[in-house]
Design a protein around this ligand. Structure first.
Ligand SMILES: C[S@@+](CC[C@H](N)C(=O)[O-])C[C@H]1O[C@@H](n2cnc3c(N)ncnc32)[C@H](O)[C@@H]1O
Length: 214
């Protein structure tokens, strides 16, 4: 199911601030890898991440799902001076590409990469750690648990961003019942009913939820 008419999608992509050489080269290199660019956030979503990180004046951000580093570059670029992005992934192979591009973008000092299941990394944060900005874009069945671990650690006014919340329209297809479909519907319903956050779902690419901690 097209979330947005494809012609409008192209128009939207063409009307975000253009990508720089680092991001363009990263897309090109990722094209040549086995999964290709399908897992990567789109350019307009990346611009949104930079903007939201900046608007929340984030000093400590968490990313769940790094892949080859596109979204982490966008988040790290929006951090306040001296800020840190805790980047969580399980793949040495894909994040080795990300490391090269963080270096090239001058962001290596800002990114703290942890190769481990993201739930372990988040649960291992020091008690009292306050997260300003979080981006969830990893295994879809993990979303409900990632959300529950993040919410209590967010500072008031902090923002959680979740990608792929529409699953190509499968969320409204009763026949779509795999584990990931169920997990995404579950987290979407949880967030809507959660009095700890204010939330909105945007029809950007595969759907993006913004949940702001109250
Ligand atoms: C959709 S990709 C992330 C794309 C990335 N945000 C970007 O813009 O390029 C999902 C990533 O989640 C990672 N992942 C899967 N399961 C994970 C887990 N349990 N903990 C941390 N990362 C995980 C995968 O290795 C993969 O790199």
């Amino acid at each position: 199911m097209d979330i947005v008419n494809p012609a409008l999608d192209d128009y939207l992509l063409a009307h975000a601030t253009p990508a720089d050489d680092v991001l363009r080269d990263l897309v090109e290199e990722t094209h040549g890898l086995e999964p290709g660019t399908t897992m990567q956030v789109s350019h307009d979503e990346g611009e949104l991440l930079t903007m939201l990180t900046r608007l929340t004046r984030a000093e400590f951000a968490v990313e769940i799902g790094v892949f080859t580093g596109y979204s982490s570059i966008c988040i790290a670029r929006g951090l306040a001076e001296g800020g840190t992005l805790l980047a969580c992934d399980v793949s040495e192979e894909w994040t080795s590409v990300a490391r090269r591009y963080w270096e090239r973008a001058g962001l290596s000092e800002r990114v703290d990469l942890r190769i481990a299941p993201a739930l372990d990394t988040i649960r291992g944060l020091r008690p009292g750690a306050r997260i300003d900005f979080a981006f969830i874009d990893a295994d879809k069945t993990g979303y409900p648990a990632y959300y529950e671990e993040l919410v209590p650690r967010m500072r008031p006014g902090g923002l959680i961003v979740l990608d792929n919340v529409l699953r190509g329209g499968r969320v409204v297809d009763p026949a779509a019942q795999d584990d990931a479909d169920r997990a995404i519907r579950q987290v979407n319903d949880t967030i809507t009913a959660d009095s700890r956050v204010q939330s909105v779902m945007l029809p950007l690419r595969d759907g993006v939820t913004l949940a702001r901690k109250l």
